[in-house]
Design a protein around this ligand. Sequence first.
Ligand code: GLV
Length: 329
Amino acid sequence: MTTPRPAILIARAVFPEVEHKLRQHFEVESTPPGVFWSPAQLAEKLQGKTGAMTTGGERVDAALLAACPQLKIAANIAVGYNNFDLPAMTAAGVLGTNTPDVLTETTADFGFALLMATARRVSESEHFLRAGQWKEWSLDLFAGVEVHGSTLGILGMGRIGQAIARRGAHGFGMNVIYHNRSRLDADKEAACKARYVSKDELFAQADHVVLVLPYTPTAYHTVGAAEIARMKPSATLINIARGGIVDEDALVAALRERRIAAAGLDVFEGEPQVNPGLLSVPNVVLTPHIASATIPTRTAMAMLAADNLIAYLTEGRALTPLNPQVIAP
Ligand code: GLV
């Protein structure tokens, strides 16, 4: 008699090669492209499944865990995991995994792209051109703020923050300052030519503030009216972390009144819904959570999530566990 293969759910459509790999090990229920499950539908789909491949759009919380007692692992296709209630998962004996490292450089590239598009008014000027409004060239036409040689302030100096710092320091001759929960060791600071400052100093001194911190409950509205008020009127704010880190209403007011020059946002509180205020101001570049979106990187992320499912459900180990105490209590 052969033992039945574990059953898993791929909760959001993945690339065919990823699904093919999973089908070699599991009974797989996949999700068609363009289909997104509500929490109730997700719980129903997970009945009888021991593994789930999730994205930031699927919440794995106490309610879902109570409804899906067979679940053993949720493998997130993301480095962030604020969609996981990790204490509840640990209490239920469910392993969570994420996808660090494979997206670091690609995400840093995008952080820099968003910074440059924001500082140099790329989207705003393209909309102007496409709308047929370009009649004459003038010296101050869409004049932006300087990138090279300016001060880059990075809030959250993990792997992605350091990769952005290296680009700024070595590629653009920027003066890099950062604030983080803990200060980097001297070697890492030297590699990205970065100087540690307080959070207040960072907001006051930076020409470009880039947010790359993890979204924990204490990070909610880390950037509100008070932080924005400290920024230079010529400064930009770039968020590639999570939407809830910024008080969007305070940001809209500051952008509308030109108390800061511009913002670039890849993430939104309540995404895919976007605060209507943000849609109504011109000096903000808005992108739909695509910082890690290249085909090679998204494939590597999905493959790492697949490898975590395979390793855990077939051999009881994981490559990038978030709560390893579930494996070795
Ligand atoms: C994307 O936002 C991620 O956390 O990987």
